[in-house]
Design a protein around this ligand. Structure first.
Ligand code: LLP
Length: 409
């Protein structure tokens, strides 16, 4: 189901024409569909209903509080990686017993905060981290429930900058170190080892690497003879940014996990980010100038790489569509760029595009995950507004940063 789509020649977010919103709110801005968010969460939940997983939405993909409150209402927990994300999750009303804390570089301060708030699991990524969590727990006279993160050395076949489960990546413990730490942990009296976690990367479109992960987790359970209360399989499920991309087969993944838990009775945790929010949002932007050099048209937008980093950072593809579709086309090479003083401030190159003129609006699609969270004030440009649409209603869920605030802070 797609709640952001063209109706006749008009791009609509649920029941509202994006063009109307573009005239009402100052561009550029992010615009979300609440129905799409609900649809994604419930389809994920449904696909895995046989195993009743705990879904801990990965807050790093989108930390807008209004969206987190909606996810909380749907029953979501949270995967957090910093004190900021932890406090944001709590502020959104998410139950601490549904919060897992991951990350390779948790500071003493962050660990203390997580312990004091009694989160479900702190997923440890090294022996030294285990020793530190034990020491802090001891000082606070607490027994802390922890998970241990595996680095399975499995390639997820995704972009190299978003792969996390290879032997050269900084994340988790390799098989042997993990087995050793599982043994040593008995001496760390203030830790209770309840979980085994693994996350091999993001935007993964094949089930195969997840199958390999499950095989290795199974092997670890047999080898350590530990009945982990929780197996946290991380996130990573890819979405289709273009028609060319393969659609991830969620039902096949669900079958594999069902088979796994028939053998190893445990509570499964997932930490999806992109799957839940990726296609919930578009970035609405205005065409400032159209300039032509010898061999291409530059369409200069009022949104820049500081608003959406993914194309510059990962050469990520995000389709661009005009809010009002024109059947005539500009023929030739077209490049959508932003106003920032960097050549990498470029969103998309393509041949042919519906005819467009200065002052018209376009939507950069599928920007709900890792969009606003990666935004910066580069070139002293303010962070932009976020709007939420539900049916024929719309509301501001994040104010555009004022120039005054930007200049004075
Ligand atoms: N759990 C852990 C431990 C993670 O590191 C991540 C993402 C997730 C869950 C959620 O993964 P997802 O379901 O969203 O794939 N900025 C990059 C993506 C970085 C992903 C970092 N970790 C991008 O824009 O593609």
């Amino acid at each position: 189901m797609n709640f952001i789509r063209l109706r006749k020649n008009d791009l609509c977010i649920e029941k509202i024409s994006a063009n109307i919103l573009a005239k009402k709110y100052e561009t550029p801005f992010y615009c979300y569909s609440l129905s799409q968010l609900k649809n994604n969460f419930y389809s994920f939940n449904n696909a895995f209903r046989a195993i009743k997983p705990l879904i801990c939405f990965s807050i790093k993909s989108n930390s807008n509080i209004a969206l987190l409150k909606e996810l909380k209402k749907m029953g979501s927990g949270a995967d957090v990686v910093s004190a900021g994300e932890l406090l944001r999750a709590i502020k959104a009303g998410i139950n601490v017993k549904k919060i897992v804390f991951s990350g390779v570089g948790k500071t003493e301060k962050e660990i203390k905060l997580a312990i004091k708030n009694r989160v479900l699991l702190i997923n440890m990524e090294s022996e030294n981290e285990a020793i530190l969590i034990n020491k802090i727990s001891n000082k606070l006279s607490k027994i802390t429930t922890v998970g241990i993160r595996l680095n399975p050395n499995i390639s997820p076949k995704t972009h190299k900058k978003i792969s996390t489960g290879g032997k050269n990546d900084k994340f988790g413990l390799n098989y042997n170190d993990l087995i050793n730490l599982c043994r040593k942990i008995k001496n760390l009296k203030n830790l209770k080892l309840d979980g085994l976690s693994v996350h091999i990367g993001s935007q993964i479109t094949s089930v195969k690497p997840f199958k390999q992960v499950l095989t290795m987790v199974d092997k670890i359970i047999t080898k350590t003879k530990i009945d982990f209360k929780y197996i946290d399989l991380g996130g990573g499920i890819g979405i289709s940014y273009s028609n060319k991309e393969k659609k991830f087969d969620l039902s096949q993944y669900a079958k594999l996990v069902s088979k796994f838990i028939k053998k190893n009775q445990t509570q499964i945790i997932f930490e999806p980010g992109r799957f839940i929010v990726g296609n919930t949002s578009v970035l609405i932007s205005k065409v400032i100038y159209i300039k032509k050099n010898s061999n291409k048209y530059f369409i200069v937008l009022d949104a820049g790489m500081n608003n959406l980093m993914r194309p510059a950072l990962y050469e990520a593809y995000h389709k661009i569509i005009p809010l009002k579709k024109n059947n005539n086309r500009i023929k030739g090479n077209i490049e959508f760029v932003g106003p920032i003083c960097e050549s990498s401030d470029k969103f998309l190159s393509q041949r042919n595009f519906p005819k467009i003129k200065e002052g018209d609006y376009v939507a950069i699609t599928d920007v709900g995950a890792y969009g606003t969270v990666l935004a910066s004030n580069y070139n002293m440009r303010p962070k932009i507004a976020e709007i939420l649409v539900s049916g024929s209603k719309h509301k501001l869920i994040k104010k555009r940063q004022s120039l005054e605030n930007l200049v004075n802070n």
